[in-house]
Unconditional design. Sequence first.
Length: 88
Amino acid sequence: MRTCEGLRYTTANRELDEAYQALMDRLDAGQKQKLRIAQRAWLRFRDANADFESSQAQGGTLAPLLRLGTLTEMTIARTNELKKDAAP
C-alpha cells in the first residue's frame, strides 16, 4: 500500500511542479514573488499537516501511509488551485 501511495504522491508532486511553472509563466515579476512566498508557506503547511495527521497513528504501521495519503491529497488539491489560476 505504501508503494502505491508513494507512486501517487510522486505523480501528484510532478503535476504540482508543472502547474506551478505554467502559472509562473503567466505572471509579472511582482506576482511571481508573491506566488513564491505563498507556495513556500503552503509547502510548510502541507508537510506540517501531514505530520499531524500521521500522529493520529503514532508508533503504528499506519502512520507512514496516513502521512503519504495526506501529502498526496493536499498536493492534488493545490495543483487544481494553481491550474485554475493559470487558466485564461
